[in-house]
Design a protein around this ligand. Sequence first.
Ligand SMILES: CC(C)(COP(=O)(O)OP(=O)(O)OC[C@H]1O[C@@H](n2cnc3c(N)ncnc32)[C@H](O)[C@@H]1OP(=O)(O)O)[C@@H](O)C(=O)NCCC(=O)NCCS
Length: 289
Amino acid sequence: MANAAVRSSALFGGHGRAIVSAMSERLIDIVAVPDHPGTARWQAVTPPGLVAGTAGLRPIIPFEHGLLLPGPVAQPGAAELSLYVEPPWRRRGIGSRLLEAAVAHAARQRLVAEVAAGSAGEEFCVRHGFRHTGSGSHELLTYCDVHHAWLGELIDVEHPGYRLSHWTGDLSGATRVEELLRRPSSPGNAVLSAAQADGDLVAYALAAVGAAPRRRARQYGPAVLTAHRGRRLGLWVNAALIQRLREIHPHIDEIETRTVEDDPGLLALRQHLGFRQLRRTRLYELALP
Ligand SMILES: CC(C)(COP(=O)(O)OP(=O)(O)OC[C@H]1O[C@@H](n2cnc3c(N)ncnc32)[C@H](O)[C@@H]1OP(=O)(O)O)[C@@H](O)C(=O)NCCC(=O)NCCS
């Protein structure tokens, strides 16, 4: 695709370059591509069949925006938008056309986009009427940095009155963590580690795994009920999750997670476990009629 742009300008130069690039932009097709059930993807394809950009929509599982302990059930109908245009093809309206395809598909939903702070993505969101809703940070834990004996010691620490439990299965249709714990464990894309007191859920950390060959899992939490904070339950369930995830999905070698920036306690906990910051981000939302 970069070669196509270079070839055009080399052939025509000067004013010819503008004409050729305008022509090639018009010839770019936005095509839907099959993906996993529940997700939608589009590609901007140039006449020789090269991909100049991509867009994707993925349903937001309720656990990731507002952890459900014990908060209200997350609003249904939110999808996460991902959008990428190859650098040589930017500022030619391709991102806007990809967004148009996603918007047409996602009627009556909220589109949520997470973009790097101060980036073109932010300008693009503002230009398209997205509302700024918050800031965040992305962190990554790599299994080769994990000291497994130390992790085991964290998990073995006694927490009198609390019991650690695990669940694995598919997240489909679930809106609350309690629901997952009531389901029998089965093979699936999610792993949950939870702390319970008198049979009630009080803390959890959850990871979702994409289809192979994706080697990076996404973590949500840890979240701890307010009345049970200050007892290192967050560290406990998160350490347990890191260990459990690797046992069940040995192909996973990284865990990515996000933190809302005004939660220094959560950031510190994750740093303690070995997560390092990847980037600062800003969250934008577009409510569709
Ligand atoms: C953000 C991105 C998808 C935009 O793609 P694009 O094809 O360049 O977007 P468009 O040409 O349709 O731009 C539409 C408008 O957005 C705004 N915009 C886009 N890039 C901009 C930039 N670098 N600086 C300022 N405004 C910008 C402008 O208002 C632009 O209209 P204009 O060119 O008439 O001024 C692309 O820069 C990209 O892939 N960035 C990296 C990934 C990313 O940030 N994704 C965002 C997820 S929502």
